[in-house]
Design a protein around this ligand. Structure first.
Ligand code: ATP
Ligand code: MN
Ligand code: MN
Length: 390
């Protein structure tokens, strides 16, 4: 205490849902290294280690300034020995040798490429790697049986691994809104996921649909899907039925990040003119911005210009009574969600899901019609979507 260092130490609460994390990350070099190690752990069936690295990265993302020395980190939560070694390495040498070695490792590279195929999980990728398949060409030559999702994933590999822009998300939104308006007037569509948090790009576009009159949302998903299909917008779709009401373990089951809403995992065929339309719509709505050549450049790549691109789109339907919980649960980030549930369980004896909030002490459900009310029930200060980028 007497020998206080010149640079002030940071202080921060330990749950990510108690913090405000914008996209303005002052410690990207550190968090990139930690995120890469988290990803590697997740690809290696070491989820505990993965979460530890994600939590450490999230703490650094929430800091108001770049970290310049280890002494600033004294007292910060969630920084375990391993994470601190990585941070020290980056601060002293400009890069983490462990992260660099991981990036170069054949196993990591193969897992990244193979799980980069839509429909391929870690288990499948590992099986293939054990059989010597480490790349896309080998996979194609091997004539492995692929399921429908994997075949679509392989066919659209390049498109699906190219980030989706906000303009493209806006174009998809226009299509989804048209579909919803056509099949159920009065129904509402909300952009969720990373784009709701203000991200500039995403790996997919996520939407939540509901109707202001409880029950009217029933049957909405199949209608939307068949409208989209009939208009030629779907390259792939898999719809999962709502299993919430049927499940006997009910909403009081232990919190899990799988919910039971009716949902659709899809691949959209987004026409070029719709993409431009999205861009124009956005230009009109916001300030004019410098033109980006990225879309034009990507169009030239590959076998030649094709007048559309494939985009991953997730659709979810919730009844209005659960809408606030669904909205909160599907806005992310994944770590923010995980931390909200951990806070609810460990600090408040409550179970939070994308359907409901259950108070274990009062043995009752707590109603909410807005995200603000859910934060209030949880005894947390409200954190807007743009500050949930943990
Ligand atoms: P990205 O730009 O990579 O798409 P994202 O934050 O939108 O980032 P998603 O994987 O699309 O990431 O997930 C969006 C949100 O939906 C996350 O908060 C996640 O917790 C939630 N989510 C995704 N899949 C499920 C699922 N099967 N069940 C419940 N919630 C899910
Ligand atoms: Mn998303
Ligand atoms: Mn998604």
């Amino acid at each position: 205490q007497m020998n206080e260092v010149e640079v002030e130490a940071f202080s921060t609460p330990s749950y990510a849902c108690q913090r405000r994390t914008t996209l303005d990350n002052h410690n990207a070099v550190l968090t990139d290294a930690l995120s890469l190690l988290a990803e590697n752990a997740e690809l290696s069936d070491e989820d505990g280690r993965g979460v530890a690295f994600r939590r450490a990265a999230a703490v650094l993302k929430s800091l108001p300034e770049p970290v310049t020395g280890l002494t600033q980190l004294r007292g910060l939560p969630c920084l375990g020995g391993h994470s601190l070694r990585v941070i020290k390495d980056v601060l002293e040498n400009g890069a983490s040798s462990e992260a660099e070695a991981t990036k170069q490792s054949e196993r990591f590279k193969a897992l990244k490429v193979l799980t980069g195929i839509f429909g391929v999980g870690v288990k499948t990728a590992e099986r293939w790697i054990r059989d010597g398949i480490v790349g896309l060409q080998q996979l194609q030559l091997s004539e492995r049986p692929l399921n429908r999702a994997q075949r679509a994933g392989l066919r659209h590999y390049e498109d699906l691994n190219r980030p989706v822009t906000r303009a493209e998300a806006a174009a998809v939104a226009a299509v989804v809104e048209e579909a919803v308006a056509a099949v159920l007037p009065g129904a509402r569509t909300t952009l969720i996921g990373g784009f709701r948090r203000g991200k500039l790009t995403g790996h997919d576009v996520d939407f939540l649909m509901t109707h202001p009159e409880e029950g009217r949302e029933a049957g909405l998903m199949p209608k939307v899907v068949s409208w989209l299909d009939s208009q030629g917008f779907l390259l792939y779709q898999k719809t999962t039925r709502n299993s919430y009401l049927e499940a006997k373990d009910g909403p009081a089951r232990p919190p899990s990040n799988m919910d039971r809403f009716e949902r659709c995992y899809s691949i959209f065929k987004l026409p070029e003119e719709a993409r431009r339309g999205g861009e124009e719509a956005r230009r009109g709505a916001e300030e004019a911005e410098p033109c980006s050549g990225a879309a034009a450049a990507s169009q030239v790549k590959g076998e030649g210009p094709k007048p559309w691109r494939a985009v991953r789109v997730d659709l979810v339907v919730s009844p209005i009574s659960q809408f606030a919980f669904a909205l909160l649960g599907w806005t992310g980030s994944k770590l923010f969600e995980r931390e909200l549930r951990r806070w609810a369980g460990h600090e408040k004896a409550m179970s939070l899901s994308s359907h409901a909030l259950y108070d274990n002490k009062q043995s009752r459900y707590l109603r909410a019609s807005s995200e603000e009310e859910i934060f209030a029930h949880l005894g947390l200060e409200y954190v807007p979507p743009s500050e949930r980028n943990a």
